[in-house]
Ligand binder design. Structure first.
Ligand code: SF4
Length: 386
């Protein structure tokens, strides 16, 4: 059995580690390129979500490299992810492509199906080996998420553009190469040392932008056209709302143990949306409110075109933006989106945020308490009266 799986950011690092440790041969698909996307869109239905199309491209490219089995997550809930894997299976079968599929259904779905999938993957491993494989993969995922969080403020302040991205690539390779949890810890420490060596601009008061939206679009740089890198290289600190290890703990562990607590998300979103709409639709709203109240300068909301939960969020966010006084830029992406266009919109958005911050600072400086009648003509609603 030669197993492949879809790309989603650095997910391939822990998944490859897990499968290799279980004695399963792994074919990691080539990194997502324009060719991958073109291949996927050629065979997927036009109005399918972009992640489904890109996954198809991943599977076809991995098949070329010798993969014979796909490992795919299943889903439950109102959005289309629940039937993704079945649609993908049909598309591949219509193309006459012989790829077996192991679908790992979520625990809140059918336990029997989840156990059947896990049994196929763990057939060659003892319980102790399964535990060790899980611990190593988890350590890698936690380390990568930790390093990504550490990287964002440094990238926004780096003195020489591109240094942080080079360090990041090196860190990912080191964590990928680690073959036990101690080696992962060492790689993490080495990664931190690399980041600390990066020269920073002095006294740089950077803009901070929250990144919210659909999980795949947030996590996969080839699909979001490298939004985090673009913002970082504009000197903007990214506050990402979704990290994979947090998602795993919340959705797979706490949810299964009936310990999941979404009270805060529901409380914040309640004036606009009071029920689950699938994916991260509700969290896009609650996180935007949270960022506004934490003094973050603005929010970038990303999603694939036709993503149902994020269309709901998109229709609500303009009202949230006005009520909470935080600028929001929504980017709905599809296979036709291009990096130059997205970068231009991000640059314009960040210029607006900077101008807004300058005005606020000006008013604070002059101790202005009636900004609506400001002699300088500043009429922006966001100016503080304090
Ligand atoms: S969250 Fe959006 S993009 Fe993802 S499967 Fe659901 S509808 Fe599609």
């Amino acid at each position: 059995m030669k197993v492949t799986f879809p790309h989603m950011g650095y997910l391939y690092v822990p998944v490859r580690s897990l499968l290799n440790s279980l004695g399963v041969e792994v074919i990691v698909p080539p990194a997502i390129s324009q060719e991958t996307i073109t291949l996927g869109t050629r065979y997927a239905p036009e109005f399918a979500c972009l992640p489904l199309k890109v996954n198809i491209g991943n599977f076809l490219e991995a098949k070329e490299l010798g993969a014979d089995t796909i490992l795919m997550a299943g889903g439950v809930g109102p959005c289309r992810f629940g039937y993704y894997s079945q649609v993908q299976r049909e598309i591949l079968s219509d193309l006459g492509i012989d790829l077996d599929m192991i679908i790992l259904e979520p625990p809140q779905g059918q336990w029997r199906l989840l156990l059947r999938g896990l049994k196929r993957l763990t057939a060659k491993a003892s319980p102790l080996a399964v535990y060790r494989a899980g611990a190593l993969a988890w350590a890698k995922l936690k380390a990568l998420d930790f390093m990504a969080k550490e990287m964002h403020p440094i990238q926004a302040r780096e003195a020489v553009r591109g240094r942080t991205m080079r360090a990041w690539k090196e860190m990912v390779e080191r964590i990928d190469d680690a073959d036990n949890t101690k080696a992962v810890q060492e790689a993490t420490q080495q990664g931190l040392a690399l980041l600390r060596k990066i020269p920073l601009q002095t006294a740089k008061d950077t803009l901070k932008v929250g990144l919210v939206g659909e999980i795949y679009t947030i996590l996969e740089p080839a699909v979001n056209l490298d939004i985090e890198r673009s913002l970082g290289e504009m000197g903007v600190e990214v506050i990402r709302s979704v990290y994979l290890s947090d998602w795993v703990v919340t959705n797979l562990v706490l949810h299964t143990l009936h310990l999941r607590d979404d009270t805060e998300h529901y409380r914040l979103a309640a004036p606009y949306l009071n029920h689950f709409v699938g994916g991260h639709g509700l969290e896009s709203i609650s996180s935007t409110i949270e960022y506004a109240r934490a003094g973050i300068d603005g929010v970038v909301h990303v999603a694939p075109l036709t993503c149902m939960p994020e269309i709901v969020a998109k229709s609500i966010l303009p009202q949230v933006s006005m009520d909470e006084d935080i600028p929001v830029l929504t980017l709905m992406l599809d296979e036709h989106s291009a990096e130059a266009g997205i970068k231009t919109r991000l640059e314009a958005f960040c210029e607006l945020l900077q101008a807004r911050r300058n005005r606020q600072q000006t008013c604070h400086k002059r101790n202005c308490d009636v900004p609506a009648q400001c002699r300088e003509g500043f009429t922006f609603e966001g100016i503080s009266r304090n």
